[in-house]
Design a protein around this ligand. Sequence first.
Ligand SMILES: [Zn+2]
Ligand SMILES: [Zn+2]
Length: 416
Amino acid sequence: MTDQVRFEHQCPQCGAPVILDETDRLFACPFCRVRLFIHYRRAPRCTLAVGAEPAGGDLVHVPYWRFRGMGFAVGLDSVHWRVLDQSVRAVERPLFPANLGLRPQAMTLRALQPETPGAFHGADLKRKDFVAELARSFEQHLSDEATRPFHQAFVGETVQLIYAPFWVERHRVRDAVTGAVLAGSPEPGWQVEAETAASAAGGSPVFMATLCPHCGWDLEGEKDALVLLCRNCDRAWQAGSGGLRQLPLTALQPESDADLWLPFWSIEAGATDLDLASYGDFIRLTNQTRVPTPDRENQPFRFLVPACKVNPQRFLHLGAWMTLEQPRPQPLEKLPRTLPHPVNLAPVEGFQSVLAVLAQLTVAKKKLLPRLVRAHLAFKSYQLVFVPFRGQGLEWVQPELGFSLPANALHWGRRL
Ligand SMILES: [Zn+2]
Ligand SMILES: [Zn+2]
């Protein structure tokens, strides 16, 4: 994975320019010291800086969708995964390049400001159609190695609408970043149906204070955290469009003294066309060899998937392992002394992965995966669970559940 994309924002309090990584959510202004949380109501709009001098043409910004995250595909006999970073032109103007190539990784993207000069092409391609296109290209990539996937999921993603600038002159179009002349020329009477930067920028991010809504204390969290913690009143807050919402805190072995607390989403998913209400149902559906004890048989079934970004293979394994174990978390009265690993994957993202996790867990895939083809899962509820790990040499070890992961496994996801 390449380096983080950087965004330039303006501090809403003092107006100073602040450079943030694309996954940053907590923001401390180095000038006025205000601490704020950023919430994007929709895919952030950003621009690439104009580098080429004008030569009498019009400055036109052409939109491209960009996706960066994990892709999972479930076929009739296996589950596939891939890290994706792709961009697609969002207007039907074949004159402009079909995608942005490596530019989003190589350049600083600026959050679109209303005063940005030039005309802005509205995006014809809707976000959901872009995701459908991603699915098609993922499927093509798999066609040699897998049967046609019946289910695909894109998880942990960053989706952006990036406006790339072009100089549209009388007989030619130039890339306004590099100055290169594009092959082809604007057809006569070529017009850009454009909107202004101000309308394109509508829905710019919301900045929220990071004070505990319960006690007023400064909330704690790393810069990519979606859940902020209050050390004063031991509460967790999930930031969203409606402000900060309290999350009940639970943990496995809440009394233990761990070196690492890894967050998981415990997800209740309602299934139609599948018996998946209890742990017993789950054991039979996925053909596990273990036999549930009578008290476990009727325990309501929940998916447990990482609430943080890790590489897709690890994500699937962690999710499969925890879901298979179905540990019963207990309320966490007091936050652990060690700051938990940041929650940087939203619960709805976790939910998107559950069918892939279920398929991954299924024993005798060829026989049983066809049952999942018509499965429909509904996102019903979620809970945050912290799982304690001990550092041992180059590994994180979870002794109760008999699982370990390499110490460097968690670095990768902080940059996705
Ligand atoms: Zn400031
Ligand atoms: Zn508090």
